[in-house]
Design a protein around this ligand. Sequence first.
Ligand SMILES: [Zn+2]
Length: 288
Amino acid sequence: MPEGDSIFRTARALNKAVAGKVVTGFETTLAPLARVNDDAPVVGRAVERVESRGKWCLIYFSGDLILLSHMRMSGSWHLYKVGERWQAPRSAMRIVITCGDVQAVGFSIPVAEFHTARSLERCAQVQELGVDVLSAGYNVSEAAGALREHKCANPDAEIGNALLNQRVIAGIGNIYKSEIAFASRVHPFRRMQTLSDGELELIAEIAQRYMRANVAEGKGAGIVTYTGPRGTTGAMDRRSRLWVYGRQGQECRRCGAIIEMRKQGTGARPTYWCPSCQPAVGSREARS
Ligand SMILES: [Zn+2]
């Protein structure tokens, strides 16, 4: 699943390519979008800006029209020159926005809605998002406060699940969940009530640091948290640049213990940790 950083990069690339341009073509296979487009055509409007909020992508058109999309597991936006060969099958195309010689193509996008500024204000999934880890306004104490509130309301919730809860902090996905917990030396299955304010503060700080590092201008598409000696890792292989994610059965890069994996939460998302760097204080397994 794309994490907040890839949506952030997508929105930034779309913004660079089409903001300020007039839409010259619009095509969609999604009936609800097509209906809106029939009544209030997108063609002729200017793209005002493209931005991300958590894992949502928002394309603002002139005349109070906003295209809200969510990638879930498989969706993506690509940019092409008109006539360029697409990197995904035409059958996966859901939305094409053409601005002169540039095309933004949305493939396999499962959630897409047109909004006005007013209807967006009533869209609970967007309005209830927690503080966006990639927004300029992200503040570590505020995010730590959101984690503390979540802990008070859900003392038995596991921190790994709390990190994926977009209403607490928006933008963290399943890979970063494990990486952030590792860097914070917190076992991902620990219950919220066992976490100190200091640990929550550290988690809020590391979440921002990792996510920001991955959207720095000029960086490639890889998710990088582990930046150890190149001699021991193939720098081009994404998994070899992570501390624990995807490394079940391999040695911890910090202490040499064997990385473990277990599925977590209602989505049964694979979760990785080092049993030695991240002791199971207060987690269910510590009690059993
Ligand atoms: Zn370790």
